[in-house]
Design a protein around this ligand. Structure first.
Ligand code: ADP
Ligand code: ZN
Length: 733
């Protein structure tokens, strides 16, 4: 009987396609194959095989391709992603399947030349120049040597033929040199040692700490929440778990929000393990990326530190996943396949049978509830390392201590910065707003400058002399005269952005080095990483930053944090606003006093009595969590209920709205399901597309995905340029 193969193709397709396996071709699940699709040939992965009587009408598989097969856990991950997020299964496969680029990966040896002790037979001036360079005995490529000597390549070739120079094969520098788990380290504090023991004892591979025990501890594969205030040494603690993992011969993956992947972190890893870890982020490209992927697949890269896409690497023998700063919103991907990298890490860990450690000083409510219910283990580090105190946090009541007109720094904050600088320490002024001013208006006619494609105000960026949309990137020159009424010099910047605060700080402290750190930093991510390292080295006095500086960084000279507008996030209608604001403020104030000297934080607020601000000031995180969890439970919000959002968009408003309404009519929510909307999405117009949103709220035990699938199936057909995006567990709503 013929064998039929189900082939999943990495395109937006919901199911695998069937092909017949030609006689003589042996296939197994996971094999990478080539198949015909319409008029072309395309790559796919064998998802299933079955012997059947039919299948004579099917096209045959063209052949197997010489790539490593997709492992069973990765195939299960693809199935899981598609089932959970409702993304097409082929789109989920596209995140995992990356075919090695032969040419790039093949770069294993390179040829270099070096000088021998034979004198040249004909010492021409050109030859003499080459020898003058080569005399140091260093290895150089042929063309590098010719270039350095300022001669043509043929001169170098002539010297090689003569035996004056010899060629040598050089191994490229390794992409993933092995970390040494037993390189000497500074001792752990007793609290840290206890946390390490609690953390790794139940892990499935033999941890060294329990080697001398008669009875090995019982294996426990639940994910672990490693919670501790900023500076308590969570990193040091999970490094020991990484060490135990690689001692057992398994690979470890450390996930981080992309921007936290600084040289500082890599150096810290090197201080513990002797070498820098292999880093996987958007900045590494080409050959290096290919070689690293190959090293991961061969089990040679023992530790990978990476941004969320590292989760899909084909590890040969994964033994541990750490999700650093698990509460970070950057872990949620909100275009293409909508997924949360933390939740996905937990799933991958389960499929691979390896432990997962989530670390945070301010865990997500979901994670806290999972820990409280025993679904996750909970390991805590109560204090800062070395007896360092958490910063004292005080409020500045802006109703009483107003800044001067047109200024944003209150007198008490200005004087605190002044004293900090006088002591030779650093101050951070935190404002979560990029650019110069969030709104520009004309004083003569009242016109407000708005994006042509989005329902957002244009943000003035003074350094770029432009008005910019933060949603779609649209930018226009800041006009001299109002584009509405033509009046000159009447445009006013309303409200502050970080650039405006930098201007104010520069005026107040003219002889100090002031730096603005936001995602607009000129020169891109790499330059920004360098600048963060410079700040950590104490090379500037006043840092003005957005949430980008709040996270994960260690600035040892920083002793004062000023939060400029603590209430900024609290006014939105988003039920997660309180949690987000609390996490962000806790993180940013925690930047102070991580070095030798104690730190303090001053928080400018109009609502010092708001529960979030009050919890922050009193340092009573437990109370905040208790109240917030209770409120979520009462409202049936996650994790006590489940949520999904359907965003319907189209280039005409009426079309989007009509489709949304037709969807709502087909909703037929059963018991335990509530469908709200369509309503204009919080961003009603993005990139020229009008957006309407339907929210689905269900009780905890409802099969949300099953309901969504049935609903979409009986709902209206998607026509024209209408698009429906499904976001399960939306992060803002
Ligand atoms: P967290 O990740 O909880 O914010 P870190 O692991 O970054 O904390 O530790 C905070 C600071 O304390 C870092 O500068 C770190 O080098 C230092 N530190 C923590 N534990 C130790 C230790 N056992 N020995 C020496 N320094 C430590
Ligand atoms: Zn826009």
């Amino acid at each position: 009987m013929p064998i039929v193969a189900e082939i999943l193709i990495p395109l937006a397709l919901d199911t695998p396609y069937s092909y017949v396996v030609p006689a003589g071709l042996e296939l197994a699940a996971g094999d990478v194959v080539q198949v015909p699709l319409g008029p072309r040939e395309i790559v796919g992965v064998v998802w299933g095989l079955a012997e059947t009587a039919g299948g004579s009408n099917l096209r045959p598989v063209t052949g197997r391709l010489p790539y490593p097969p997709l492992s069973e856990p990765l195939r299960s991950l693809v199935d899981w992603i598609a089932r959970y997020t409702l993304a097409p299964k082929g789109s989920a496969l596209a995140m995992v399947l990356r075919l090695p680029d032969e040419a790039a990966a093949a770069e294993t040896v390179r040829v270099a030349v070096r000088i021998t002790d034979k004198p040249p037979s004909r010492p021409t001036p050109a030859r003499t120049k080459v020898l003058a360079v080569a005399v140091d005995g260093a290895l150089r490529g042929k063309s590098a040597l010719a270039k350095e000597a300022g001669v043509s390549l043929s001169v170098v070739d002539g010297l090689i033929d003569d035996g004056v120079l010899e060629t040598v094969a050089v191994e490229p520098e390794p992409v993933a040199p092995p970390p040494d788990p037993d390189s000497p380290r500074t001792p752990l504090s007793p609290a840290q040692a206890e946390a390490v023991a609690a953390l790794i004892e139940p892990f499935p591979w033999p941890p060294s700490l329990s080697a001398d025990r008669a009875e090995p501890a019982e294996t426990d594969l639940r994910p672990v929440l490693l919670e501790g205030v900023t500076g308590s040494g969570k990193t040091e603690v999970y490094f020991e778990a990484v060490a135990a993992c690689i001692r057992a011969g398994r690979q470890a993956l450390i996930l981080m929000p992309e921007i936290a992947l600084t040289a500082q972190f890599l150096d810290r890893f090197a201080a513990r393990f002797g070498v820098r870890p292999a880093a996987w982020h958007s900045g590494i490209g080409g050959k290096r990326r290919e070689r690293l992927r190959a090293a991961v697949a061969e089990g040679e890269a023992l530790v990978v530190v990476g941004a969320r896409s590292a989760l899909f690497l084909p590890f040969a023998s994964l033994g541990l996943i750490v999700v650093d700063e698990e509460h970070e919103t950057a872990y949620k991907q909100e275009d293409g396949v909508h997924y949360h990298a933390r939740d996905m890490a937990v799933v991958r860990g389960r499929l691979e049978g390896c432990p997962v450690v989530l670390t945070s000083a301010t865990p997500a409510i979901e994670t806290r509830v999972n820990a409280a219910r025993g679904r996750y283990r909970h390991v805590r580090l109560p204090e800062r390392f070395g007896g360092r105190r958490l910063p004292d946090i005080a409020a500045i009541d802006m109703r009483l201590d107003q800044p001067e007109r047109g200024r944003f720094l209150s007198p008490p904050l200005v004087s605190a910065v002044k004293h900090t600088l006088e002591r030779g320490e650093q101050a951070l002024l935190f404002l979560n707003r990029r650019g110069y001013a969030p709104l520009t208006l004309c004083r003569a006619c009242g016109h407000r400058y708005q994006c042509k494609n989005c329902s957002t105000w244009l943000v003035e960026h003074r350094f770029r002399r432009a008005l910019v949309c933060h949603q779609c990137g649209y930018a226009e020159r800041r006009p001299e005269a109002c584009t509405e009424c033509g009046t000159f010099d009447n445009l006013t910047a309303c409200g502050p952005g970080v650039e405006r605060i930098a201007e104010e700080a520069a005026a107040l402290f003219p002889d100090r080095r002031v730096v603005v750190l936001s995602s607009d930093f000129p020169g891109g991510a790499e330059r920004l990483r360098q600048e963060l390292d410079a700040v950590a080295a104490g090379e500037c006095d006043v840092v003005i930053g957005t949430q980008l500086v709040a996270k994960g960084h260690n600035f040892p000279f920083l002793t004062l944090v000023g939060v400029l507008d603590a209430d900024i996030g609290l006014t939105s209608g988003d039920p997660r606003a309180a949690e987000r604001t609390f996490q962000l403020l806790q993180q940013v104030t925690g930047r102070a006093g991580r070095g030798e000297k104690p730190g303090r934080a001053l928080v400018q607020t109009y609502q010092p009595d708001h529960p979030v601000i009050a919890a922050l000031l009193s340092g009573d995180a437990e109370r905040f969590y208790a109240e917030e969890i209770e409120a979520r439970e009462a409202a049936g919000l996650p994790p006590f209920g489940r949520l999904a959002a359907l965003i319907v968009s189209a280039s005409e408003r009426e079309v989007a709205e009509a489709h949304g309404q037709a969807l709502a009519r087909a909703a037929e929510p059963p018991e335990g399901v509530m469908v709200l909307g369509p309503a204009e999405a919080p961003l009603a117009l993005v990139r020229g597309r009008y957006r309407f949103r339907l929210l689905v709220k269900t009780e905890r035990n409802v099969d949300l995905q099953g309901y969504l699938r049935a609903w979409i199936a009986r709902g209206p057909k998607v026509r024209g340029n209408v698009r429906v995006a499904i976001d399960v567990d939306p992060q803002s709503f």
